[in-house]
Design a protein around this ligand. Structure first.
Ligand code: SAH
Ligand code: DHB
Ligand code: MG
Length: 219
């Protein structure tokens, strides 16, 4: 199914009305494309949402799993107060290199640490607690990332997980797509997890039909 143009048009309208990304954010997307990175950054309205969530929970320490070119990282880092810190985990040295340049140009390089390597290898080396975790990497690992997110957060922390609906393929129980299977398994783990309270919100927009998990860590 091709995505209705109206989803894109409304995203553009919201972006012009409320999000108005500055030149630095636009430059990051341009340089990501020039470097051949896949165009799977969060959309501008989603980036702004992450920024607002970080501010709403008073985040001083943020963990991101899946940096790509640092577009979502810039939105999140801009929500940090003075002395705040963001740690972002990225498998690809090439992606991390592009991200580092984007973050430096955005003036948040001093607040952001990029850890290169498979997240399941870097996570055990991190010290918590974090106030917000944004999970946006390899989808089959989402259940493991939830376990780590819960181990590394404080009560009241927020956990956001991107791309859990995947054009509805999460319901496709007979399918073989590892990302869809991973998303399904992750949702089921979330359903029986007593340490947090969660919902899934479906979205449409410039990146089609998808959705995200929003969870709060229980006290
Ligand atoms: N959060 C970014 C998009 C991330 S795309 C944004 O919205 O701007 C997903 C990223 O996860 C890719 O850069 C990919 O290289 C990275 N990734 C994939 N598997 C990973 C792993 N095992 N550990 C860490 N990062 C991984
Ligand atoms: C994919 C990954 C993402 O993080 C995203 O937001 C959209 C698509 C993907 O791997 O296809
Ligand atoms: Mg994503």
């Amino acid at each position: 199914m091709t995505d209705p143009q109206i989803w894109r048009d409304v995203d553009d309208w919201v972006t012009g009305l409320l999000v108005h990304p500055d030149d630095t954010l636009e430059d990051a997307l341009r340089d990501n494309a020039a470097a051949g990175l896949p165009p799977i950054d969060v959309t501008p309205p989603q980036g702004k949402m992450l920024h607002l969530l970080a501010r709403a929970c008073g985040a001083r320490r943020i963990l991101e799993i899946g940096t790509l070119g640092g577009y979502s990282t810039i939105w999140l880092a801009r929500a940090l107060p003075a002395g705040g810190e963001l740690v972002t985990l990225e498998l690809s040295p090439r992606h991390a290199e592009v991200a580092a340049a984007n973050l430096a140009r955005a003036g948040v390089g001093d607040r952001v640490r990029i850890e290169v390597g498979p997240a399941l290898e870097t996570l055990p080396r991190l010290a918590g607690p974090f106030d917000l975790v944004f999970v946006d990497a390899d989808k089959p690992s989402n259940t493991d990332y939830l376990t780590w997110a819960l181990a590394l957060t404080r009560p009241g922390a927020m956990i956001v997980v991107d791309n859990v609906v995947r054009r509805g393929s999460v319901l496709d129980t007979g399918g073989t797509d590892p990302s869809a299977i991973g998303s399904r398994r992750f949702a089921e783990a979330l359903a029986t997890e007593p340490r947090c309270s969660a919902t899934i919100v479906q979205t449409v927009g410039a990146k089609g039909h998808d959705g995200f998990v929003l969870a709060v860590v229980n006290g």
